[in-house]
Design a protein around this ligand. Structure first.
Ligand code: SF4
Length: 272
């Protein structure tokens, strides 16, 4: 397929997915053919495996074999993000795009809102103070950053007025513009559990606006994937009350249970 034809197919698939909030479906044969044409395949979902068929379970060996394929697919999306100028103002102000980091074959994926100043400088999500707290939370869960995948709704740092201090949240329009890249990341990684960090991430992912006290602590779904909503680590840095930290930890205990990870007594009584 020629590049102009591919671009047309990609644009059409992105429009379908944005309207339906689901990846368009394609047969495995069609997917296999399109995978040789690279950027189109991640936009398509494979048919659901039959419960009783040989594809009902994926063996550890199969999952390891998928990892390089997923890494290649993610690399192709990363290249498109790197060159993206859909939000002209952000493309002008960013130091670099911040795509995502971690294991392409992760069972657990965290979603934040947007890069801050530290992330913009280093090109990696969650590396500032809030990121260091997220790393500590992961460690308490017995995970390293390399075990999970971490990405944001927005891949560019929201610009600040000249002389402005700190970070600003992304606008709904910015999130809507960038969201298709995150959708592609999730479609490629296919995690068993998603965690959305904070109300802005929830709005970007689900289009839902609600108070965090109503959203957190219970299971939601995104595209059939279990989704836990919890406070953003930056919130815990602003609000050091043990009760708030405990809420986040209880949400993470639910995540561990959902992932069938063993939980020790020490972890159960742990406070962040
Ligand atoms: S925020 Fe996303 S859509 Fe906007 S320019 Fe950056 S990468 Fe492109």
């Amino acid at each position: 397929m020629t590049q102009p034809a591919l671009d047309l197919v990609i644009a059409a698939l992105e429009r379908i997915r944005e309207k339906n909030d689901r990846a368009p479906r394609a047969s495995r044969t069609a997917l296999a053919r399109l995978q040789t044409a690279s950027p189109v395949a991640p936009l398509l979902a494979a048919p659901e495996p039959r419960e009783d068929g040989p594809e009902a379970c994926t063996s550890p060996t199969q999952r390891r074999q998928q990892a390089p394929i997923k890494a290649d697919l993610l690399a192709a999306v990363r290249e498109r993000v790197r060159a993206c100028t859909k939000c002209e103002h952000l493309a002008c102000s960013r130091t670099q795009t911040v795509f995502g980091v971690g294991n392409p074959n992760a069972d657990l994926m965290f979603i934040g809102e947007a890069p801050g100043a530290d992330e913009d400088q280093q090109g990696e999500p969650f590396v500032g103070r809030a990121g260091q707290l997220l790393t500590r939370i992961l460690k308490a869960m017995n995970f390293a950053r390399e075990d999970v995948y971490i990405a944001n709704i927005l891949k560019c740092r929201p610009d600040m007025p000249a002389g402005g201090f700190g970070n600003r949240p992304p606008t709904p329009k910015e999130m809507q513009t960038c969201r298709p890249y995150l959708v592609e990341q999730i479609d490629i990684i296919q995690p068993n559990v998603l965690v959305a960090l904070g109300a802005v991430a929830v709005e970007g992912l689900l289009g839902t606006r609600a108070a965090m006290r109503e959203l957190r602590g219970r299971w939601h779904t995104y595209n059939s994937i279990p989704l836990m909503i919890t406070y953003h680590p930056a919130y815990l840095l602003r609000n050091q009350a043990p009760s708030e930290k405990r809420k986040v930890w209880e949400d993470m205990l639910q995540v561990l249970e959902r992932l069938d990870q063993p939980i020790t007594e020490r972890q159960r009584s742990y406070f962040l």
